[in-house]
Design a protein around this ligand. Structure first.
Ligand code: ADP
Ligand code: CDP
Length: 245
């Protein structure tokens, strides 16, 4: 298979609800594949953080779109997972830790519900991937398999039961009870699901249910789907070249 860094990167699109394992499993899978990783939820979180910081009304689509036009977002697709944001003349910050705070989780759906904001961020995501110079990129979020990269050769819906997802999240948020975390993620998923469907696999999308998988098992499941798609791509490339098997 042609895989030179000058080609468009192979995309591995992963969607799913909060706590299904998207970010952490995608990051580990990308590492093993020597691919980049783009966590699109981090960008939505960082935009919500910037809106709060600059006194922008998160419910006003025009205000958030105006902010987005001036907004600079920096994150590396390999290695360092830091997230930096800048609005010239207003704010410049490393928001890596701040965007994971429960307050941002509670507010982020207020910016992600605006179609114009989604279009702007989606254009940014496509640009980041196209300019990456990497052989492949894992891109994860809520609408990657359906809107951002519907033609990706690998598309995965990562799910897990609400109980399991809340248990995982509660493990990361000491001080918050399982019930509290469960109620929070169910409320956020319900709001997000009004805008994009990340509970049902679109045609051609492979579902990986991580409820009964440990972390390494989940990474292995993603790698197996990617390897299967790579083999299919290689087979169709050799068939197109007229190679004999
Ligand atoms: N299959 C798994 N088994 C056990 N723990 C997991 C698994 N997948 C993810 N985790 C843990 O659950 C937490 C939430 O995962 P995360 O990747 O942030 O989910 P998401 O991005 O879908 O919200 C993290 O602490 C992560 O290490
Ligand atoms: N492709 C995406 C990714 C995230 N989001 C929004 O960004 C928020 C944070 O996403 P995330 O992936 O960091 O959330 P977790 O699943 O990690 O909790 C979601 O609750 C959505 O509101 C989105 O709308 N579309």
């Amino acid at each position: 298979m042609e895989n030179a860094v000058t080609d468009a990167p192979i995309l591995v699109a992963i969607d799913g609800p909060a706590g299904s394992g998207k970010s952490s499993v995608s990051r580990a899978a990308a590492e093993r594949l020597a691919f980049g990783i783009l966590d699109t939820g981090a960008a939505y979180r960082a935009l919500a953080w910037t809106a709060l910081e600059t006194g922008t009304d998160l419910d006003d689509p025009a205000a958030v779109e105006m902010l987005l036009a001036a907004w600079r977002y920096e994150t590396a697709l390999r290695g360092d997972a830091r997230v930096l944001v800048r609005v010239p003349g207003h704010v410049e910050a490393d928001v890596t830790a701040a965007i994971r705070e429960p307050d941002i989780s509670a507010q982020v759906s207020r910016v992600s519900k605006h179609p114009g904001v989604r279009d702007g961020l989606n254009a940014m995501f496509r640009r980041i991937v196209a300019d990456s110079g990497l052989p492949g990129v894992v891109i994860e979020g809520r609408d990657i398999t359906t809107v951002v990269a519907p033609d990706a050769p690998v598309r995965i819906l990562m799910t897990a039961s609400a109980e399991v997802r809340a248990h995982r999240r509660a493990g990361e948020l000491p001080g918050l009870s399982h019930e509290h975390v469960l109620a929070d993620i169910e409320a956020r998923d319900a709001k997000d699901a009004l805008v994009v469907d990340f509970f049902t696999a679109a045609p051609g999308v492979t579902t990986i249910d991580t409820s009964d998988l440990d972390f390494d098992g989940s990474v292995d499941a993603v790698i197996a789907v990617v390897r299967g798609a790579q083999n299919e791509l290689a087979d169709s490339a050799s068939a197109a070249n007229g190679d004999t098997p």
